[in-house]
Design a binder for this molecule. Structure first.
Ligand code: PXL
Length: 261
């Protein structure tokens, strides 16, 4: 049996809720295989982040290169990179790799802070994302991230357009931070004027690593050969189920049940 691979660049979260642990589980649950390259070690529990230590960029890129030399991965997923210089160097590496793999989807979860607003980068978080915006195929900001990334935009459509002007073909703006009984995610595609909304029942409580789960599941679905539309549909349905079945490890944020029951 063969499984499609996803090259993942993400931070480690020792609570096991977010970051690379979340990505590995979400990718496995789609029937794909994660190639996890750790970009930063964080010190955190299921609620708060106490420290972030970026991994040396040489070590990140050596791992990526060894994998790239042998394993034909079908998507790249990027979580926190945690520093400006590392983000710039990783963007360069991915740009070079894509010369021979122009169709390779690159999914960027533009994490600017933890759910509690704690820093997940040693530099200004916008600086630690900026170089990656132009190499991403799909960007998956939540509402505060979309606002911070595109401060001059006056609507989600303008935010998506500004992000796509930098090179992405697709933007999924996640509506979890809005009010109301339901959560609406909005998918914008470069060649279509129409937005595609998907609505999900708002679940009680707060979750640790929901964004990682969704972006990793999308990457795995794309790696498995799904169209963007199907990948988004499957991954959002999967993520919603994982949140419905979320479990507790301590007071505070719950952990998505990524290995669905
Ligand atoms: O969910 C965003 C995120 C990504 N990566 C790491 C994290 C978090 C949130 O806490 O810890 C490592």
């Amino acid at each position: 049996m063969h499984k499609p691979c996803v090259l993942v660049f993400a931070g480690s979260d020792p609570s096991g809720g977010a970051g690379i642990a979340a990505d590995i589980q979400a990718i496995a649950a789609q029937g794909a295989h994660a190639l996890p390259v750790i970009t930063a070690i964080t010190v955190q529990d299921n609620d708060r982040v106490f420290a972030v230590h970026p991994v040396a960029i040489e070590l990140i890129l050596q791992q990526a290169q060894v994998l790239a030399d042998k394993i034909p991965f079908k998507a790249i997923k990027i979580g926190i990179i945690a520093s400006k210089v590392n983000a710039a160097a990783l963007a360069d590496w991915i740009t070079s790799y894509k010369i021979n793999h122009p169709q390779l989807p690159v999914i960027l979860d533009p994490v600017l802070a933890s759910g509690h607003g704690d820093a997940l980068a040693i530099d200004d978080p916008l600086d630690a994302i900026a170089p990656l915006l132009s190499i991403a195929t799909l960007i998956t900001p939540n509402l505060p991230e979309a606002t911070a990334l595109c401060p001059k935009a006056r609507s989600p459509l303008q935010q998506a357009q500004q992000l796509m002007e930098r090179g992405a073909t697709d933007v999924l703006i996640k509506g979890g931070h809005a009010d109301g009984d339901s959560v609406t995610n909005s998918w914008f595609h470069q060649d279509q004027d129409k937005v595609r909304h998907s609505q999900w029942e708002r679940l009680e409580g707060s979750f640790h690593g929901s964004g990682c789960t969704l972006a990793a599941a999308i990457a795995a679905q794309l790696a498995s050969g799904k169209s963007m539309q199907l990948a988004l549909d499957y991954a959002q349905a999967y993520c919603h189920q994982a949140l419905e079945q979320a479990y507790s490890i301590a007071p505070g944020q719950q952990i998505p049940q990524r290995n669905l029951l």
